[in-house]
Design a binder for this molecule. Structure first.
Ligand code: UGY
Ligand code: MN
Length: 310
């Protein structure tokens, strides 16, 4: 029994190993798709058992491996724009805050008149105050925190909630579990007899605004009135939608992609982008976005407004 079945067993083994070789080495219309799978993992042992030249059809630089390639980043820093992607974030204690790590993504060292940073609040953390005459805008992207102002009023800020704090207004943000915020600060540009006041809200409470000539959905998180020298826009694009205007303007931008994927054109460069990416746009940098992927793109955008650029 054993002796008669052994040859057929060997035949079967040799057939299946040939079949496997064909499947692994076939790079043109073979039985198996040659596209790299996100589920494939490579160990030293499995790599040494791979056929000669297998990397030709399974390159390390395949899209699914890019993010883990040592030394590789999509981040770019140029004179008139920057793309800062999550693998480049460097966190350190935020001055004046307790139990909070911050990553400054945009600062005046790049040419901006504002800072944009991520603040990761940990257990029992508390914010510090901005410098004198500096206004602050906070937007919660993860967790929740409690805002308390000088008159003792409390606001629970959840994901998608935000607050604007006027310059020199005493306030503190406290968090007992964890929260991640994106924060914008700039030295307020005053106008006689105009004063800003504290604002607390959430994106979903803001009305959709007209966008003549454009298809994206727009909400503004601050009043468009004169006292405010900047606004924060929330812009939504369905997959396939894009900016009709190839914008070039005097305003600066700080952008955080909250959802989705697409292509951002900045100057003469075209960048694949995805949620978590941050962008600095200097005045007059040509800018354009097209949403791709399968889900909505949403980004949050700082824009200076209501002041004479002179
Ligand atoms: O309002 C704006 O300037 C906006 N549409 N810019 C942008 O999305 N890059
Ligand atoms: Mn713009």
């Amino acid at each position: 029994m054993l002796t008669s079945s052994l040859p057929s067993l060997l035949l079967l083994l040799s057939l299946s190993s040939n079949f496997l070789n064909v499947a692994l080495s076939d790079d043109g219309g073979g039985l198996f798709c040659s596209a790299p799978s996100v589920f494939e993992t490579e160990t030293a042992a499995s790599s040494s058992s791979k056929p000669l030249y297998w990397k030709v059809t399974n390159p390390t630089l395949s899209p699914s491996h890019l993010q883990d390639l040592p030394g590789f980043t999509r981040s770019v820093y140029k004179g008139d724009h920057a793309l800062i992607t999550p693998e480049s974030h460097v966190f350190s204690p935020l001055p004046g805050w307790t139990n909070t790590l911050g990553a400054y993504l945009i600062t005046p060292a790049m040419g901006s008149h504002f800072v944009m940073y991520l603040a990761k609040m940990q257990e029992n953390s508390k914010s510090g105050l901005p410098p004198n005459d500096v206004e602050r805008f906070l937007f919660v992207v993860q967790g929740s925190a409690t805002l308390t102002n000088a008159s003792g009023a409390h606001h629970q800020l959840m994901v998608d909630s935000y607050a604007y704090l006027a310059p020199n207004s005493k306030h503190s943000l406290e968090c007992d579990a964890s929260a991640t915020l994106v924060v914008f600060e700039r030295r307020y540009s005053p106008l006689e007899n105009h004063f800003t006041k504290q604002i607390v809200g959430s994106t979903d409470q803001q009305p959709l605004l007209e966008t003549p000539g454009e298809v994206f959905e727009l909400r503004k998180l601050l009043p468009p009135s004169l006292p405010y020298d900047f606004n924060i826009h929330i812009m939504d694009f369905q997959p396939g939608e894009f900016l009709n205007v190839k914008e070039v303007h005097y305003n600066q931008h700080g952008l955080l992609l909250l959802e989705g994927q697409g292509i951002y054109r900045l100057g003469d460069s075209w960048y694949p982008v995805q949620s978590g990416d941050a962008i600095w746009m200097a005045p007059f940098v040509p800018q354009w976005y097209a949403a791709l992927g399968k889900t909505r793109s949403r980004y949050l955008l700082y824009k200076d407004v209501n002041r004479n650029p002179l």
